[in-house]
Design a protein around this ligand. Structure first.
Ligand code: FAD
Length: 409
């Protein structure tokens, strides 16, 4: 009997899952893709308003931090005449084209939110009850053999506790709600966090004449920053007079405080503990191959690992997971999978990697994808993409003004 798969989300990961499910018609029925919004593209659907909950954290002038040759799904190139580092509109168009090309749209239920995903275990077989509600108020529960969780993790802002925050008198926002720089022209802005968005947003603000203090806990950035941006140590507290105090004791009277502090994992439709999963702001664990909970390996998490080439990695994860569901990649026992995950985590912790960074696989992503491809028998990512990626990172550290942004915060 053909397997029935639910896909949650029609962003890049969900579209990729749907495309490959549709290509294996001997094993799988056409998927049901649930999508909260009225369009495909997820993160890449820019929405200017911030007065109601918005999924996308996209800002108006964002250009990709990866060239299109690394952004693309390996089997679906961008148009040749496009430049390398693209504005977000081009990525949204690319995803729409991908959706059209693989005839995914008829399988997407737009304006339909997944509310709960529950396993039903009968003897040795697990099925999944997926309850969704549509904008028109229709609530229904359907049963699937497996579920792909592709709901993204750049929507729920992570804001660290700052002692005395209640004393701050200016405007406070998270990068999730930042859209463009003009409202901050001439203002004094503290940007907390100097990764991807922190650096990029600081540059945008400085361009319109804001005075930016880029505060972060890392080693000082070694490349020259644009006029108007100065670096400082991390924020220690907000003083009773409203000034922001940094770890080195210096203070700043800011008009605006922007948190570029990343995002939390949140899967409101799942009950982690009953699935054997610990889910917190920065971690989902254990996931075998960063994909499958050992206790319920027919629930597939695409895209939880961080600092990756998102589309190429999804392409590999999806094909590997489908081969597992198909039975062509044999699953180890639950305890073997758990111990594999634990050993990997202990190894990383022993190397000094912090617990909240355990899902970052930047350096080992090519090896990871090669391993998935080897086990499932699909084409691995090319050595050329690895060399290009290394070169992009090298340049990012010396030319931040052109490509100063990465994919994590
Ligand atoms: P998303 O794109 O977030 O899609 C998830 C989808 O799931 C959404 O459509 C959402 O509506 C839907 N959904 C969520 N919950 C539910 C539910 N309960 N029921 C139904 N549907 C639901 N990557 C790059 O490769 N290059 C870049 O330059 C780059 N820049 C970025 C800049 C920013 C500001 C951000 C935030 C991210 C950036 N990324 C970049 C990473 C980007 O998020 C990924 O490339 C990728 O688009 C993520 O796709 P996704 O499908 O995992 O998640």
């Amino acid at each position: 009997m053909l397997q029935r798969v639910a896909v949650i989300g029609a962003g890049a990961a969900g579209l990729c899952a749907a495309r490959h499910i549709l290509s294996r018609q001997n094993t799988f029925r056409a998927p049901v893709v649930y999508e909260l919004s009225g369009q495909v593209g997820g993160t890449w659907c820019y929405e200017e308003h911030t007065n109601a909950p918005v999924h996308s954290s996209m800002y108006r002038d964002l250009r990709t931090n990866l060239p299109k040759e690394l952004m693309m799904f390996p089997d679906f190139p961008f148009e040749a005449d496009l430049s390398s580092f693209l504005p977000h509109e081009d990525i949204q168009r690319y995803l729409q084209k991908y959706c059209h090309n693989y005839d995914i749209q008829p399988h997407v239920r737009f304006n339909t939110a997944v509310e709960s995903v529950k396993p039903v275990v009968k003897e040795t077989r697990t099925t999944w009850e997926v309850t969704s509600s549509s904008q028109s108020g229709c609530r229904e529960t359907e049963t699937f053999d497996s579920v792909f969780v592709c709901s993204g993790h750049y929507s729920d802002p992570y804001i660290p506790d700052i002692p005395g925050m209640e004393h701050f008198k200016g405007k406070v926002l998270h990068s999730h709600s930042y859209r463009f720089a003009e409202p901050y022209a001439g203002q004094s802005v503290v940007v907390l966090g100097a990764k991807a968005s922190g650096l990029d947003i600081s540059i945008e603000l400085a361009k319109v004449g804001a005075k930016v203090t880029l505060s972060h806990g890392g080693v000082p950035l070694s490349f020259p920053l644009r006029d108007g941006i100065s670096q400082s140590s991390s924020v220690a507290a907000v003083q009773p007079d409203g000034a922001i105090r940094f770890q080195d004791g210096s203070v700043c009277d800011a008009d605006v405080f922007i948190f570029c502090t990343g995002y939390r994992f949140s899967f409101g439709f799942l009950d982690g503990p009953s699935l054997g999963l610990a889910i917190d702001s920065h971690m989902v664990s254990p996931l075998w191959k960063y994909l499958l909970p050992p206790a319920f390996p027919s629930l597939v998490f695409i895209s939880v690992c961080k600092m990756i080439l998102p589309f190429p990695v999804y392409h590999c994860q999806v094909q590997f997971a489908l081969s597992v569901l198909e039975g062509s990649v044999p699953l180890p026992s639950q305890s073997q999978m758990e111990s594999e995950v634990l050993t990997e985590q202990q190894d990383k912790l022993a190397r000094g990697i912090e617990h909240r960074h355990l899902l970052i696989i930047q350096k080992e992503q090519f090896e990871y994808c090669r391993a998935l491809a080897g086990l499932a028998g699909f084409k691995p990512l090319t050595p050329a993409s690895q060399s290009l990626y290394q070169e992009v990172w090298r340049q990012r550290n010396i030319l931040p003004k052109t490509i100063a942004k990465s994919t994590t915060s």
